[in-house]
Write a protein that binds this ligand. Sequence first.
Ligand code: FAD
Length: 451
Amino acid sequence: VCALEPEAKVSDACASYADLDSLNNRLYPYIRNLANNTDFFSYYRLNLYDKECPFWSDENGLCGNIACAVTTLENETQIPQIWRAEKLSALEGPKAQHPGRKQQRERQRPLLDQLGTGVGESCVVEYDDECDDRDYCVPEDETASGKGDYVSLAENPERFTGYAGEGAHQVWEAIYRENCFSRPSKPEDSVNVPGLSAPFPALSENQAQAAMDFKHVMKAAIKSGVAEEALDSEEACLEKRVFYRVISGMHASISTHLCHDYLNQTTGQWGPNLQCYKERLHDHPERLSNLYFNYALVLRAVGKLRDYVQDYTFCTGDPEQDQLTKDMIKKLAGAIPAGPQIFDESVMFTDQTADGISLKEDFRNRFRNVSRIMDCVGCDKCRLWGKIQTNGFGTALKVLFEFGNGHVGDQKPLLRRTELVALINTLDKISAAMKALETFRNMIVAERDGT
Ligand code: FAD
């Protein structure tokens, strides 16, 4: 059966758990190595502290635990030379107007020349944080002018932090609320619905009321856990279900990591917490299904990069390592089965009418809103990984739906460094979560057998 769930009406993923587990067993070492052992993929620059939550006052939800803290790289010498401020500042220019891509590239040219041959435009710098209309995420700005810190991802693993309660629930609620699709209209018609994310597509009075009702229903539903069944129902169109599954699968992956790398506050030891796994995952097979679904989706996107990375410049200032990085990602992409047997994105957004096009826009805007909601997460470590993973899924969706399918004249949008780094690290998180699930399954068997 070409589906992850036996009852699935539309085959939005075409592999079984067992297929994906055995594929993951093969790919896991490559993914780990790429994400953890290359400079290109193990540093991420982002604005972690200066962006305010655009939706509500986030003073209440702050996490004071030490485990919530992120170690940023204070010392420039820890960062590959090419990304240091002194180099990046050479790229600053007047920002009175938003310069076009071409202009931005021209501006960078002198620095690129100065840095020597083999340095491509994709390496040094993010263009800026203006959205491209094909983006599914609010981009992180990597230029020296953008506020931000470099973080070593290997030194800040995703694990239990103790962030919980009202603050964390409010964020999850807001994220799931983005699943409340409606027909978008012209942006100037947008209205403010108190408590719902802005900019919210134009709503008629009835729709606004319905949205407010939905908000309250959702709040109650999420609390009681019934939102999952309601939203994952077969009633919703394929695209909406995919949106929901991506979010729920990301939530499941975060839960897996925090249960697997859990702090036993009595002994002070870190390790797997079986009870945590049972309550959050084992008793909710649909969440596990969504995690596997995400693996299929992201893997398909990385596989699609096979040709794209051929011309990508992985520039860390160390040509030998850059070549190695390119070889590693090519090897990984090459090992992913081509074709739609893992995930068939071609069944989505097939409606070319105005309705179909606006559904896609709506999908994209909603995903962007999810990435904005990450600024409301009151725990630095959770915000770091929340931002990376939404960026990673946003990049996967961009690759799947905006890269075209080889038609003449297809223009592939340039991927920012942060997008590529986020994509590979998101795959790494899901892949590691699947390995962690294996550990938990073995623990359940051992518990049952009394061994
Ligand atoms: P929550 O996980 O908060 O879930 C809230 C409700 O959502 C549940 O009651 C359930 O009805 C529903 N739900 C739960 N899982 C799913 C799912 N997979 N699909 C659909 N619905 C679901 N904590 C850490 O310790 N480490 C982290 O790295 C971390 N990162 C986070 C990142 C983000 C973006 C956010 C918002 C929170 C993060 N947290 C992290 C907090 C963590 O996710 C939980 O919120 C917290 O542990 C409290 O858990 P809970 O049992 O109350 O349920």
